[in-house]
Design a protein around this ligand. Structure first.
Ligand code: SAM
Length: 417
């Protein structure tokens, strides 16, 4: 009798792939099950091996192991570690097709989860267009990442984590990382460490985990330290090397510009920036409202809030509160929201959630809300709740700030309907 160990991996099955789904997979149907298949393209016929299941087998997950009928949009991945490294899941997709893929998934999410059929008066599938954010001298979708988290293996080689496991995948370079950080991949590092790399105005900076612990470095020109200084929106920003900052080299400027256009802050306005990180939007909008206005920024992470205070120190109209946004709302934040003219929220991947959305929706004086989203499903859920409270999605810009992966960043504008 065969044991499970002897049974080996499940046999590959033939599937015809339909459209893209959230999370970088394509959908297929077979054996009364819906399959989410990674490594394929819409329209392809593939052999795929099941990697998991849920819902008593009615939902199955699989990876492509052979392409029988390739799509015209299939390309050779630019990175030799594609498929093993967990970082990029759309390297096999031509860049233009990546943008169409992400536009379709985001529009589907807004329609299916958010019950949104139009943005302004434009049908949602026409309105959602993910825009490329090209960087001078760099191929489409490559060379954009300015911030990385890595681990070193027993030989001290820089590694990313594998696709379905904690396996460390040593990489000789990373095609989505900015040229200025590539030398780090050839560096000799201490084994068994977690490292954060970031590009700042002082060049490449590395920090060990936990933050502030010295990381041995053998890369000429790199510095070791817990903080990094970046330029964005015409200002300098101090950040933690391992802390949050928009990773794409152009992202801070692109997003500040989109938020400014969405909210059109005027002199004397009161601005609230929820989930402010080191103060990017509060700083940019706070400068526009002037000393007659106010900018209140709320951030949960103690270190980020401290850095935000330093970054906003030259704006007397700005104030930073270190708090969990949900608790802040419950403990009097709603009163501050009641006098806001415009609100920005840029929550983590899970979204803002019902309590925060209700409080923002109740902001009685607010003209507009700009919701910066890194997850389409969470944006759609929160948009549905804002809709129930009488706020309409009136505009949306979406940006490809994560070339070669399924992720997308959006700035959604809500106004009272
Ligand atoms: C997507 S980042 C945005 C940061 C900032 N807006 C920027 O663009 O640089 C989300 C931020 O929310 C913070 N955060 C996550 N959960 C939070 C919570 N429940 N309350 C307050 N802040 C939170 C994180 O520490 C992070 O700085």
């Amino acid at each position: 009798m065969r044991t499970d160990d002897e049974a080996g991996p499940p046999a590959a099955v033939e599937l015809t792939l339909a459209g893209p789904a959230a999370g970088g997979a394509c959908v297929a149907h077979r054996d009364d099950a819906t399959w989410f298949v990674r490594g394929g393209l819409p329209g392809e016929r593939v052999m795929a091996r099941q990697t998991g299941a849920k819902g008593r087998g009615r939902i199955r997950f699989a990876d492509v192991v052979e392409v029988l009928t390739p799509s015209a949009d299939r390309v050779v991945p630019p990175c030799p570690a594609a498929g093993r490294c967990g970082g990029c899941d759309l390297q096999h997709v031509a860049y233009g097709a990546q943008l169409r893929w992400k536009s379709q998934v985001l529009a589907d999410q807004l329609q299916r989860i958010g019950r949104i059929s139009t943005i302004g008066s434009v049908p949602v599938h026409e309105a959602v267009v993910v825009e490329a954010v090209p960087l001078p001298g760099r191929p489409d979708g490559l060379g954009w990442r300015t911030r990385l988290a890595l681990s070193t293996d027993e030989a001290g080689r820089p590694c990313f984590h594998g696709r379905h496991s904690d396996e460390l995948v040593a990489v000789p370079g990373c095609v989505v990382t900015v040229p200025e950080l590539q030398a780090g991949f050839a560096g000799r590092w201490a084994p068994g460490r977690r490292l954060a790399w970031a590009l700042g105005e002082q060049g490449a900076v590395v920090d060990g985990e936990p933050a502030g612990s010295a990381a041995p470095v053998a890369v000429p020109g790199w510095t070791v330290g817990p903080t990094v200084v970046r330029q964005a929106a015409g200002c300098s920003w101090l950040g933690a090397v391992g802390g949050f900052w928009q990773a794409h080299a152009a992202a801070p400027d692109v997003l500040v510009d989109a938020v400014r256009r969405a909210l059109a802050p005027a002199s004397g306005d009161s601005v609230i920036d929820l989930y402010c990180g080191v103060g990017l939007f509060a700083g940019a909008l706070g400068a526009e409202v002037g000393e007659g206005g106010s900018a209140l920024a709320v951030e949960g992470d103690r270190r980020a809030a401290r850095l935000a205070r330093r970054n906003l120190a030259d704006l007397p109209q700005a104030r930073v509160v270190q708090a969990d946004v949900q608790r802040w709302v419950a403990k009097g934040g709603s009163r501050a929201l009641a006098t806001a003219d415009v609100v920005v929220l840029d929550p983590p991947r899970a979204g803002a959630g019902a309590a925060v959305v209700s409080a923002v929706a109740a902001a009685g004086r607010a003209r507009a809300v700009a919701y910066v989203a890194c997850d389409g499903g969470s944006l759609a859920r929160d948009a549905a709740m804002l809709g129930q409270h009488g706020w309409e999605l009136s505009g949306l810009r979406a940006f490809d700030l994560f070339g070669m992966s399924h992720h997308v960043e959006a700035v959604a504008t809500f106004r009272r309907s």
